[in-house]
Design a protein around this ligand. Structure first.
Ligand SMILES: [Cu+2]
Length: 161
């Protein structure tokens, strides 16, 4: 009887440990993060380039305040939309963008994007640019974005090296 009780207790211990591990795996809170960042260079140097990326929401709703980089002069968040009557694409500057908890917000061609002015030679040569996403909860997410020409090829300056 004593032996049985001991084994029963041991079994309970194993079940409790397994349940704890399972909770740990499922209970991880979602992490606010950014991926698939690509900066598409403007064919004309004086015109802004466009940054596209995905933001994955964390455990709570937050707002994306702005996106900065040490390799540019300035940036603005925009939304592209098509005028239903004329069919002409227009861009509107956006203020803060809500990133709902556990949801993905895509910045993509024909939609939301970040315009960047004055992309420096270093970023063009590296084919990569450091971008920082600043959120209303104080989170700052650093991501290296790929730098591409408008046709998807590597930047010209890189070829020239
Ligand atoms: Cu724009």
């Amino acid at each position: 009887m004593g032996d049985n009780l001991g084994q029963y207790r041991k079994l309970l211990g194993i079940i409790a440990a397994a349940a704890f591990l399972a909770l740990g795996a499922c209970g991880d809170p979602p992490k606010l993060r950014v991926d698939r960042a690509v900066l598409v260079l403007s064919p004309v140097d004086s015109n802004p380039s466009a940054l596209y990326f995905n933001v994955h929401g964390g455990p709570r709703d937050v707002r994306l305040l702005r996106v900065v980089s040490p390799s540019i002069i300035r940036s603005e968040m925009h939304e592209s939309s098509k005028d239903t009557k004329s069919g002409v694409m227009t861009m509107t500057p956006l203020g803060q963008i809500t990133i709902p908890a556990r949801r993905k917000v895509e910045f993509k061609r024909g939609g939301k994007h970040v315009m960047m002015w004055g992309v420096n030679l270093r970023a063009r040569r590296l084919g990569e640019i450091e971008t920082e996403y600043i959120f209303s909860n104080g989170d700052r997410v650093l991501v290296n974005a790929v730098v591409q020409e408008a046709d998807g090829t590597v930047p010209d300056e890189r070829k020239a090296l």
